[in-house]
Design a protein around this ligand. Structure first.
Ligand code: FAD
Ligand code: FES
Length: 233
């Protein structure tokens, strides 16, 4: 949880976790909090609480990693772990434009070995294949088998990936983002079904997702608790 004094406190994933103890966050400017965060300069004070919740469990095997937009921030440390473990990684990563693809050069370097595959997609076609991550992954990956599927990104995208994984009997770990306020399991604002994202999440596995299918990828909750349905367009 990143506190910008006088402005807001916003939940963020760690996008780099360095052995020397240096970590980083990577964020998109969407509103007042992230706008203020983007204006901070060296020497200013921010408050940090956490880390909270659980994390991706790396598997040594054939791994499919699918990220959308800033979702790659939480997948990047996992990708590094998978490579170190010796897993064979297929990574599909999509954003709206080439400029919005995070860690592009780092990803290419990290997954440069021929045992890995990196598929970049952009909606405007400015880099990689044109389209959204799910359409491209359906065309390219459908016939392959994996020991684990990992995903982080817009919830409808993750729901499509979950449905695909279930239909193929592939286990999945999905990183869920909900409205986080207290971040210590008290207020319930981050709930999806019976799970509090800040406590039992962020990562939900196949077994847990099966119990929240009436919500997952269908609606989220705004800060005041009302349901906000995802667009089906
Ligand atoms: C566990 C978790 C990890 C996240 N990691 C990242 C990350 O690594 N990089 C990144 O760019 N973004 C990340 N986000 C999203 C980020 O927290 C929001 O973009 C940010 O809080 C927006 O704040 P704002 O004041 O700039 O915008 P606002 O105008 O306040 O909100 C814009 C939108 O951001 C979302 N949002 C606002 N406040 C919260 C909140 N407290 N909890 C969850 N969503 C909120 C809502 O959808 C809202 O409509 C993460 C969210 C969660 C829950
Ligand atoms: S944010 Fe309060 S319970 Fe998770």
């Amino acid at each position: 949880m990143v506190w910008i004094p006088g402005i807001d406190e916003v939940p963020m994933s760690l996008s780099r976790i360095d052995e020397q103890g240096v970590s980083s966050i990577t964020f998109k400017r969407v509103g007042e909090g992230t706008e203020a965060l983007s204006r901070t300069v060296s020497g200013e004070i921010l408050g940090i609480r956490g880390p909270y919740g659980n994390w991706f469990q790396p598997v040594n095997g054939r791994c499919l990693v699918i990220g959308g937009g800033t979702g790659l921030a939480s997948l990047f440390p996992l990708l590094k772990q998978l490579v170190v473990l010796g897993s064979r990684v297929t990574c599909v990563y999509g954003a709206k434009t080439a400029q919005q693809l995070l860690f592009r050069e780092d990803l290419m370097k990290l997954l440069s070995s021929s045992i890995h595959q990196l598929i970049l997609t952009t909606e405007d076609g400015s880099q990689g294949k044109q389209g959204v991550a799910t359409s491209v992954f359906k065309n390219n990956i459908l016939s392959k088998s994996f020991d684990m599927v990992y995903t982080c990104g817009p919830e409808p995208m993750m729901r499509a990936i979950y449905d695909y994984s279930e239909s193929r009997g592939l286990p999945i770990q999905a990183c869920i983002e909900r409205m986080v306020k207290c971040s210590i399991g008290i207020c319930g604002s981050c709930a999806i079904g019976e799970y509090r994202v800040c406590k039992e999440g962020l990562i939900l596995t196949t077994e847990k997702i099966r119990t929240v299918l009436d919500e997952f990828g269908i609606y989220d909750r705004a800060g005041d608790g009302h349901k906000e349905f995802y667009s089906t367009a």
